[in-house]
Ligand binder design. Structure first.
Ligand code: CS2
Length: 473
C-alpha cells in the first residue's frame, strides 16, 4: 500500500500569537499539544512560529508536511496517535537572525516561549546569573544580530520598544530552579550591557512567569518513524513520542494578562510555582540523572531497563527516601504517591528513554537536581548515601571511560574540563571535580568531599551494579 505524506488539515491554521525558541521534541510533545488543546477548548489565535537555534533538521523535516506532525502517546497498553497542527512555520536562527527578530516583533506575538535546555541560558549553573565570559554573550553585547537565546530576547525587546510595542511575555519551559526569575535575571543583565534604559523598560513592563513542565519525551528514532508510518499509514519525517502523563504549572503573570486559556487544557495556573518545581526537579530529574549515570555504567540502555533491575528499583526508592524530607509538597500532593507514580512512569517499557540521553549536560543539571537536596540534608544532619553515589556516578561517567574500559561519548559544555580533571584514582578525581566552582560552591564541596569519596571508592573498586546494591543494603 502506498504511504501518504502527512498534510495539514486545510482551513485550520490559527494566526500566530507565540514564537517558540528551541523547537525540540519536548516542546512539540508538550507545549504545542497543550496550546492545541487550549485553542480547541477556548479559541484564540495562538499559532506558533518555532525557531531552531542551531540546525535546520526540524524545519527541513516539517516544511514538506506544512508544519503538521504526529504526536504518539505510548501507554503501556498500546500507542495512540494524534495530528498536531499549531505550527505556522519554523525559522533557523543561524541562517537568518533578522527573520527571527522580525517574527518576535510581530505585534500579534504576545508570548515568546523557550526550551533551549539548561546551557542555552548562558548562565553560571552554580549562581544562576549571566556568564559574561560566554562567547555568545560577548558576541551579543556588541552585535545587533544575536547568537544566544538571551541575545534574541534582548534584541527583540529592544526593537519592540523602539517600535512603540509592548514587550512579549517570556515563558521559559526549561528545568531550571526559579526559571522565570533566572531568565529575567540573564535578560536584564545582558540588556544592561547593551543599554541600561532598555533594562529599566524590561524590568518595568516585562513578565517572566515561572513554570514547571513535565512529560517524558525520548528523542525520536528512525525506528519510531517507521512505527508511526505503520500505525497511521502516513509518512511523518518528524513525529514525537512521549508518555501519557503531562503536567504544566504556570505562574499567572503575563503582559496585559494576555495568554491562551491554558487552564481549559488542564494547566495549573498558580501564583507560586516553586513547590511544584522543587518537587519535580529533585524527585523526577534528580533520580533520572542518578539512574542515568549509574544505569549507564551498569550497562543499562534505558531508564525502563534500569528500574527493571531489582537493585536499581531499590536504589531509586532509597534516593526518594533521601529527597522527600527536603521537599515541601505542593497543595494536595502526597509525595509518597508522587514517588510511586514516578516509578510507574519510569517502568513504562514502551518508553525507550536512553540513559545516555539523560546523562548529557550534567554540569548544567547537577546543581538544581542534587545539590539543593544534599545541602538541605547536610544542614539537617541527615546522610544522603544514595545521592552521594549518584554524584560519584556522574564523576565516573565524565572521566569518559566506562567500566569495561570503553570510551563514553560524553556530551557536556564542560566535557574537556571534566575529562582533564579525571586522575588515576577515585579520590583524585573527586577532589578535582569538586573544585569546579561553576558547579559546586566552595562550602558545599568541603562538606561533600568525605561522603562522595567514600561512595567513589566503592564505585571505582566494585562497579556501579555492586555499589548500588551495597548502598541500599
Ligand atoms: C530528563 C528530562 O533529559 C533529562 O535530563 O531528566 O528531560 C525529563 O525527561 C523531563 O524533564 C520530564 O519532564
Amino acid at each position: 500500500m502506498p504511504v501518504d505524506r502527512l498534510k495539514r488539515t486545510v482551513g485550520q491554521r490559527p494566526a500566530t500569537g507565540i514564537v517558540h525558541l528551541g523547537l525540540g521534541a519536548f516542546y512539540r510533545a508538550f507545549g504545542c499539544v497543550y496550546i492545541a488543546d487550549a485553542m480547541q477548548a477556548a479559541g484564540g489565535d495562538w499559532g506558533i512560529v518555532g525557531v531552531s537555534l542551531r540546525n535546520p533538521d526540524t524545519r527541513d523535516a516539517l516544511a514538506p508536511q506544512d508544519w503538521a506532525y504526529t504526536s504518539v502517546t505510548l501507554a503501556p497498553d498500546g500507542p495512540q496517535t494524534r495530528m498536531i497542527d499549531v505550527l505556522n512555520g519554523v525559522l533557523v536562527a543561524p541562517e537568518d537572525p533578522q527573520a527571527v527578530l522580525t517574527a518576535m516583533c510581530n505585534p500579534a506575538v504576545r508570548i515568546v516561549s523557550l526550551t533551549v535546555t539548561e546551557k542555552g541560558y548562558c548562565h553560571n549553573p552554580a549562581t544562576g546569573t549571566l556568564n559574561p565570559d560566554h562567547p555568545d554573550i560577548i558576541h551579543d553585547i556588541t552585535h545587533g544580530l544575536p547568537r544566544s537565546a538571551p541575545g534574541y530576547l534582548v534584541r527583540a525587546l529592544q526593537q519592540r520598544r523602539a517600535a512603540g510595542l509592548a514587550p512579549f511575555t517570556v515563558l521559559t519551559c526549561d528545568n531550571l530552579p526559579h526559571n522565570g526569575a533566572l531568565v529575567r535575571g540573564v535578560v536584564l543583565d545582558l540588556a544592561r550591557h547593551i543599554d541600561p534604559s532598555l533594562a529599566e523598560w524590561i524590568a518595568e513592563f516585562g513578565c517572566f512567569p515561572a513554570t514547571m513542565v513535565d512529560r517524558i519525551t525520548p528523542a525520536t528514532t528512525a525506528q519510531d518513524i517507521t512505527t508511526v508510518e505503520q500505525l497511521t499509514g502516513r509518512h511523518d519525517a518528524a513525529p514525537v513520542i512521549h508518555e501519557p502523563f503531562r503536567q504544566w504549572a504556570v505562574q499567572d503573570h503575563f503582559v496585559n494578562g494576555d495568554r491562551p486559556d491554558l487552564a481549559s487544557a488542564g494547566v495549573q495556573m498558580v501564583q507560586d510555582v516553586a513547590p511544584f518545581e522543587e518537587m519535580k526537579l529533585r524527585m523526577l530529574n534528580g533520580t533520572h540523572s542518578a539512574l542515568a549515570y549509574l544505569g549507564y555504567l551498569a550497562g543499562h540502555e534505558t531508564i525502563a531497563d534500569t528500574v527493571s533491575d531489582p537493585d536499581f528499583a531499590a536504589y531509586v526508592r532509597q534516593c526518594w527516601a533521601e529527597i522527600v524530607p527536603t521537599v515541601t509538597a505542593p497543595p494536595g500532593v502526597a509525595l509518597t504517591d508522587y514517588a510511586d507514580e514516578l516509578f510507574d512512569r519510569y517502568a513504562n517499557p514502551a518508553i525507550r528513554h536512553r540513559t545516555w540521553q539523560i546523562a548529557m549536560d550534567g554540569s548544567q543539571k547537577l546543581p538544581q537536581r542534587w545539590l539543593g537536596t544534599l545541602r538541605a540534608n547536610l544542614d539537617a544532619g541527615r546522610d544522603s548515601p544514595a545521592l552521594c553515589l549518584a554524584v560519584a556516578g556522574w564523576m565516573r561517567y565524565v572521566t569518559g571511560i566506562d567500566e569495561a574500559g570503553q570510551p563514553i561519548d560524553v556530551r557536556d559544555p564542560l566535557a574537556d574540563v571534566l575529562r582533564h580533571a579525571a586522575t588515576d584514582t577515585a579520590t583524585g578525581t573527586v577532589s578535582a571535580l569538586l573544585s569546579l566552582r561553576d558547579v559546586f560552591p566552595a562550602d558545599l564541596a568541603l562538606q561533600l568531599v568525605g561522603p562522595i569519596s567514600t561512595a567513589a571508592a566503592t564505585l571505582w573498586a566494585k562497579g556501579a551494579a555492586k555499589a548500588v546494591q551495597e548502598v541500599t543494603r
